[in-house]
Design a protein around this ligand. Structure first.
Ligand SMILES: [Zn+2]
Length: 272
């Protein structure tokens, strides 16, 4: 098998892996919306329980106020009846005061009863509103839950197929070790695990690579990884790249012969 074909296979595998990673991400993200909706429902439930407790307390207070009010009414009525039985002016004045006090207490309690009734009604209205809200939210959670459940089943089935397709690439050309390494590179490098070299430049990290290394990559005898970004490299001829490569080689030759050092040296400036 030619190296070029291995690169082609790796490129195809890369597409499948990208599909796989994006599916895996979707599967993790999917239940998030449901969780948000469920949290809102839990919050409404909690508020309902708290409000209901307060409402029950208010109802008990109302009951007790009504009893106190009824007692006050009876007390006043009794005092009024006793009016028929009194004989002296002194008894009359005492009783009249008693009736006045009883009536005043009765009026005060009546006011409290009305205020408490208002409060109980308000609680009841709030609770009805909350019940409706809870019902809506419960329906929404149920709908979302079944929608997500179906979607998850579909996505997971698809993911299994994609994983199987990816693993189908493991064989003579792509060893299991290379497969695992490549999966990690594609994942860590956002879907780009295999990139070309143009001239001397890695198209993944855009760093200039050593000439000897690029020559090795060009010879296509093995799988080479970029020493800077770890991506798998292959040489690609593009317009101008070959000239760029040759220029780098020539520059390197000059450097090797020591001419570059001479040209760059300050002594040379003095000579001019
Ligand atoms: Zn690189």
């Amino acid at each position: 098998m030619e190296e070029a074909e291995v690169f082609a296979k790796l490129n195809q595998l890369q597409e499948k892996l990208t599909e796989r990673f994006s599916l895996e991400e979707e599967i993790v993200k999917l239940p998030r919306d449901l969780r948000v909706k469920q949290e809102l429902l839990d919050k409404i439930n909690k508020e309902y329980i708290e409000e209901n407790d307060k409402s029950e307390v208010a109802k008990d207070e109302l009951k007790s106020l009504r009893i106190q009010y009824d007692d006050a009414v009876h007390a006043r009525e009794n005092s009024e009846k006793q009016m028929e039985l009194i004989n002296t002016q002194r008894e009359f004045e005492a009783l009249e005061k008693e009736i006045k006090d009883a009536a005043s207490k009765e009026q005060s309690l009546l006011k409290q009863v009305h205020a408490k009734e208002k409060q109980v009604n308000e609680f009841s209205e709030h609770l009805t509103e909350k019940e409706q809200l809870m019902l809506l939210q419960t329906n929404e959670v149920n709908a979302e839950s079944s929608k997500i459940g179906n979607l998850l089943t579909t996505k997971k089935a698809l993911l299994n197929k994609v994983i199987a397709a990816c693993e189908g690439y493991i064989g003579n050309d792509i060893s299991e070790e290379l497969f695992i390494k490549f999966c990690n590179i594609v994942k860590n490098k956002k879907g780009k695990g295999i990139v070309p070299i143009h001239g001397l430049i890695c198209q993944g990290c855009h760093i200039v690579l050593p000439i000897q290394f690029v020559n090795d990559v060009r010879s296509q005898t093995q799988i080479d990884f970029c020493p800077y970004c770890s991506r798998i490299l292959y040489y690609e001829d593009v317009e101008g790249a070959e000239e760029q490569f040759k220029k780098h080689v020539e520059d390197a030759d000059i450097e090797d012969s020591g001419l570059a050092n001479f040209v760059d040296s300050s002594e040379f400036d003095d000579l001019l």
